[in-house]
Structures are given as structure tokens and as C-alpha cells.
Design a protein around this ligand. Structure first.
Ligand code: SF4
Ligand code: SF4
Ligand code: SF4
Length: 250
């Protein structure tokens, strides 16, 4: 990319927790500004730019205006990176897609004002369901060190490396007792590693907040479910929490 790549950050439907991870880089922010020129970032800058080498997108697409805006950003960006699970798969926002009526969801959230035009919404989409995404950074929220390693790789013209093996591997390396043996349902066999198995290491089952590995080992999951007497529906309910798209096959 020659000179430092021009980078912009945009948010869609989300809690902005992933941008906060970046805003909280503290001393590492110098490492970031050595690598890239941040030209647009609503949380910390007032400036705007007409085009970008890399657009980082946080949040999911939930309205018609979002679709128009993300398409416009895509046209003005050489590369587009979805960061955080809301952008990668729809994340927590995708939960509403499991309900039969979006109208009922709106009534629950907004009460009597649910039909006001500015509260319009449609079923949640991850960014790559609307425009081409070049790279994904998983997590809810993202890990700021993983974010920095992705930026570094892209700035050097390389493909970022995101783990594509299950959380169980990191969990076993930490010699944790398996939570299935303690009567808890854990998505570790399917979930994408990279977090150091932080939840099971603290006695909390993994909910796959980083999504699943590309080709989850369905047989291994089935064997575990059979061994511990759980149903596929119990696993699928947990997978739905972070809007992960692949289903456990029956
Ligand atoms: S992925 Fe999680 S932390 Fe990041 S914006 Fe979405 S809800 Fe917030
Ligand atoms: S606790 Fe979860 S992540 Fe750890 S080994 Fe068991 S299933 Fe895998
Ligand atoms: S253990 Fe699972 S839920 Fe916890 S941070 Fe890692 S991927 Fe996310």
C-alpha cells in the first residue's frame, strides 16, 4: 500500500463495545498510528474522508438505511473488515430473527411508540450478507491484541491469521476439567479458539462468542452429546445466542 493506509471506522447496530476496545488501546495506540492513518472514527475524531484503504465495520445491518450506507462505504473502500460478532454474523442482534413476529419484538422493546418511522427495522444481517467482506475479526467484544495483529498483517499486505481450531484445544492445554463432566453444556468443541478458553478456564461454559470454526466437527459434537445425554436442540439454543449461522446437523 506504499504510504500508510488510510483507515476509517464505522458503526451500525451494536453496543459499540468493540470500538471501545480500540479506543482503549492506550500505549498500543502508538503502534496503531505507526501502521495506519486513521482518517475517520466517530468515537474519537471529528474529521471525514472521501475514500479509504481499509474500512473497519462494527455492528449489524438492521435497516434499509444501513444497507444503503454500507454499500456506499464499500464503494469508497479498497478493503473492508467486519470486526466484532455483530458485524461478522449479526451477533446478539440476530436473536430477534428467531422470533416469529418482528412486530412483537418491537412492541416489547419500544412499547406504544413501536411503530414510529425511525424505529423501523428488518431481520438482522451480518455485513457479508449485504456487501463483500475481505476479512473478519470475531469476538464479543473483539480482543484488542488480535485486532492489532490483523491491522499489522493487512498493512504489510498479508492475510491476517485468525485461529481455525476449537476452544477445546486451548482449554485442554490449560488442563481444565471439562465442564461436561460437571453437568454443564459447553460449545468448546465447535467454537473458534483465540480467546485462550477464558470462560471454561473460569468455570463458565463457552457460548461461542467468536463464532464456530469453519468446518465444525459434527461427529465429535454428536459423540459428546450422546455421552452426556444432551440433545441437539440444547446446543442449538446456545449457538443462537451470538447469531452463529452454521447449524448442528441432526
Ligand atoms: S460484538 Fe459484542 S461487544 Fe462488539 S459491538 Fe457487538 S455486542 Fe458490542
Ligand atoms: S470445558 Fe468446554 S472447552 Fe473445555 S474441554 Fe470441555 S467442552 Fe471443551
Ligand atoms: S470461551 Fe467461548 S464464549 Fe468465552 S470468550 Fe472464548 S469463544 Fe467466547
Amino acid at each position: 500500500m506504499g504510504s500508510k493506509p488510510k483507515v476509517a471506522f464505522f458503526d451500525f447496530a451494536c453496543c459499540e463495545g468493540c470500538q471501545l476496545q480500540i479506543a482503549n488501546l492506550e500505549e498500543d495506540v502508538i503502534g496503531l498510528t505507526n501502521l495506519v492513518d486513521v482518517v475517520e472514527f466517530r468515537e474519537i475524531l471529528t474529521g471525514k474522508a472521501p475514500e479509504y484503504d481499509i474500512a473497519f465495520i462494527e455492528g449489524s445491518i438492521t435497516r434499509k438505511e444501513d444497507e444503503e450506507r454500507i454499500k456506499d462505504i464499500r464503494e469508497r473502500s479498497k478493503l473492508l473488515v467486519a470486526f466484532g460478532q455483530c458485524a461478522v454474523s449479526g451477533g446478539i442482534n440476530r436473536l430477534k430473527n428467531n422470533r416469529e413476529s418482528l412486530e412483537d419484538v418491537k412492541k416489547e422493546v419500544y412499547g406504544d411508540s413501536y411503530n414510529m418511522p425511525h424505529l423501523d427495522t428488518f431481520p438482522t444481517k451480518g455485513v457479508d450478507e449485504v456487501v463483500k467482506v475481505d476479512f473478519h475479526i470475531p469476538g464479543c467484544p473483539i480482543d484488542k491484541n488480535e485486532f492489532l495483529s490483523v491491522v499489522k498483517a493487512i498493512a504489510l499486505g498479508k492475510a491476517p491469521s485468525i485461529p481455525n481450531y476449537p476452544v477445546c484445544i486451548e482449554c485442554k492445554l490449560r488442563e481444565n476439567e471439562c465442564l461436561f463432566d460437571l453437568d454443564q453444556v459447553c460449545l468448546g468443541p465447535l467454537a473458534r479458539a483465540g480467546c485462550g478458553a477464558v470462560c471454561p478456564s473460569n468455570g463458565v461454559p463457552c457460548d461461542a462468542c467468536r463464532g464456530t470454526v469453519d468446518n465444525p466437527n459434527q461427529n465429535a459434537m454428536h459423540e459428546i452429546l450422546e455421552k452426556y445425554n444432551y440433545t441437539i436442540d440444547e446446543i442449538q439454543r446456545k449457538i443462537n445466542l451470538f447469531g452463529v449461522k452454521p447449524e448442528v446437523k441432526k
